[in-house]
Design a protein around this ligand. Structure first.
Ligand SMILES: C[S@@+](CC[C@H](N)C(=O)[O-])C[C@H]1O[C@@H](n2cnc3c(N)ncnc32)[C@H](O)[C@@H]1O
Length: 281
């Protein structure tokens, strides 16, 4: 069972990323995902790159492979795949602001091909990709079964799906659901978070074979200490951030609270972070 089901629409998710566009870019840059501290002395930039490397390794991306990034944010990972690794990349986001940034950064780009499009109605050719990657996007999609079935449909046989996911422990306690997981999902416009067993069950129902699961919670949680520090410094130094976060009736001040909840949820094990790899037989 999912730990939480939140009624979130595609429009809510798009509005979240559009509204918080300049905050995300100020605090996260063009990669809106956790860093992976494979060693404690990595810089945040190196840790961010390590997560991408971990995805690339599991997706077994080689030069010329067709790769789809389902929920690509500003296109940071798609550009690494296309420009550094020579993959043929299609990258989808539902945020207009993110799509505009990606196309402005890479004007006229055909590789990556940036699409402003819902993954659940992607219209891409069946059996056309060697790999699909989804870095922290599946939690936003209102229908997880459809996320997996679309991934399965567009992959060719033998193709890999790599999902970096926010997860819960197997059986979250009642108060963890109420005070941590539920609010984190609502505040971050996420449909829900599942346990790894539930993710694997749903992927299996779509036809996938599960290849591996890596629990990287301990290697990613430092991301939140850094974010909290950055936001506090930003608030001290930038009146524009204060106005934006605390403006009356604005939904955005919650952004700060959510970070504290996430940090705590990792600390006590209510939340986990994992990289799941599946293969289409
Ligand atoms: C946390 S961000 C991660 C972005 C990117 N993967 C990265 O690592 O920088 C979540 C992304 O999922 C995208 N997303 C959420 N729901 C989507 C959907 N139904 N179709 C396409 N993209 C979606 C959002 O637009 C956003 O770009």
């Amino acid at each position: 069972m999912p730990a939480e089901i939140v009624d979130v629409s595609r429009a809510d998710v798009a509005a979240h990323y559009d509204d918080l566009d300049h905050l995300y870019r100020a605090f996260w840059g063009e990669h809106v995902h956790h860093g992976l501290w494979t060693s404690p002395d990595l810089t945040p930039e190196e840790a961010t790159r390590r997560l991408i490397d971990a995805v690339v390794e599991r997706a077994r991306v080689s030069r010329g492979d067709a790769v789809c990034d389902a929920g690509c944010g500003y296109g940071g990972t798609a550009r690494v795949l296309a420009h550094e690794l020579g993959a043929q990349v299609t990258a989808l986001t539902i945020s207009q602001a993110q799509h505009a940034y990606a196309t402005a950064t890479d004007p006229g780009s055909e590789n990556p091909r940036y699409l402003l499009r819902d993954w659940l109605e992607n219209g891409l050719e069946p059996d056309s990709f060697d790999a699909v990657i989804a870095i922290e996007s599946s939690e936003h999609m209102p229908d997880l079964a459809a996320f997996f079935s679309e991934s399965y449909r567009v992959l060719r046989p033998g193709g890999r799906l790599v999902v970096c996911a926010w997860l819960t422990r197997e059986q979250p306690r009642g108060w963890e659901r109420r005070w941590l997981i539920g609010p984190i999902c609502r505040e971050g416009r996420m449909r829900g978070m599942e346990s790894v067993a539930e993710m694997q069950r749903q992927a299996g129902a779509a036809g996938f074979v599960s290849e591996s699961f890596d629990d990287t919670s301990h290697q990613v949680k430092k991301t939140w200490s850094l974010c909290i520090q950055r936001v506090l410094l930003g608030l001290l130094r930038e009146p524009a951030y204060r106005r934006f976060l605390f403006r009356d009736g604005g939904p955005n001040r919650i952004f700060g609270l959510t970070m504290l909840r996430i940090r705590l949820a990792y600390e006590i094990g209510a939340m986990r972070y994992g990289i799941l790899t599946f293969v289409k037989p």
